[in-house]
Design a protein around this ligand. Sequence first.
Ligand code: SF4
Ligand code: SF4
Length: 454
Amino acid sequence: MGFIFKGFGSSGTFAHGVHPPERKGFSDGAPIEVIPPPKKVMLPLLQHVGAPAKPAVKPKTDVVLGDKIAEPGGFVSTAHHATISGKVMKTGIVTLTNGRHVPAIPIKAGNEEQLSGQALWEDIFGGEWPRDVDNYSSKEIVDAISAAGIVGLGGAAFPTHVKFVPNEKKPVHTVLVNACECEPYLTADYRMMLEASAPIITGALLAGRAANTKNIIIGIEDNKPKAVEVMKKAAAGTGITIAVLKTKYPQGSEKQLIMAVTGKEVPLGGLPLDVGIAVSNVSTVAAIARAVVRKKPLTHRVVTVTGAGIKNPKNLLVPIGISIGELIEYCGGLTKDAARLISGGPMMGFAFANLDAPVTKGTSGITVLTHKDVQKEDETNCVRCGRCVDVCPMNLVPTKLALASRHKDIELAERYNIMACFECGSCAYACPASLPIVQLVRTGKAVVIAASKK
Ligand code: SF4
Ligand code: SF4
């Protein structure tokens, strides 16, 4: 790529991390396709970080695309909207890909006309997008984000309005748009940059306006030269900076991205706001543009369906609540040697088996691995090589965290800051003994959380 961003005293990268095989080639050349509207969607009331949403419609109510069906259950929560037109059915329970059982509102399509195909694409991302956003007030933007039920679409699903509510004690001086998509296999954000750059730029400007800052930076890794080119063109004349970063995993994690772009370190246990930065994913800012400019809620998202276990890998624009099985079927189904389904990518995703699980606002991809992909060496004893420590981007000591988890030693786990682990998987990837470090850390964190509630 040649040019690596070195602004604000940064080096265009972060310390530690790993270089897993990228495997983006399955789907990075596949333009986004609009999946036909399904006959039914299941909309979970908890598909975001925070409190569950509360139903705002009764069974048998007729709804059209975009009608509100659930209210936020608190400040850190979000509304949800009908993602197809149809009839609301009795609230049921769905099992999400992370294994959680949560209440969900079903909507069944009847004979209503559904917005679909190119018309749906145009409605969501097409047409003109303003560059002058000064006529919108910060409050107007934050209210529109909240009303639209927007959460972080990179996978975190944190309610977006919370990041942009003005905070006098911790003002935001930089909006950082996360376009790294460092997780292997996934290409949804990449295709969004190639095919929907205009709403992304408008959304980034609106995010800056909401936070009262003109300092807006879009961080893209240097393994996506076409996206860099498109976004540079689209951002010309807006004052937005495109920062090209050295490709490394997990650069898409907020703290590592902040370090790579600004050289600032978010304190352990702290938030980006502690260093005056609001981070938003690139697809999320496109949703912000739609919410503010067109007053339309978040009803659809782009999902990558990929891997050697999928017959025809694709990037799809899908309604939230559609079953994952329908996405796989649309992609020609599973190959004979498909072995493991993962919601997300192989580094941070969750393995699941239930094809009825719905796509949620945080579903960025479905990766299907084959038997060959998942063959792994047998677990052996720790050889004390220290590689896990060398690669941990949070400067943690994964061996100690694993030990604390095995012994349910809460004091040891807390002493070694287990809660600062964001389960990036770098340690497990680097471990020559094939130790399941991330699973152990997950268990250890659950034990610490349970103990803190007693
Ligand atoms: S300990 Fe946690 S943060 Fe550190 S490498 Fe392992 S999974 Fe990533
Ligand atoms: S990488 Fe694996 S074998 Fe090496 S010290 Fe860490 S846990 Fe032990």
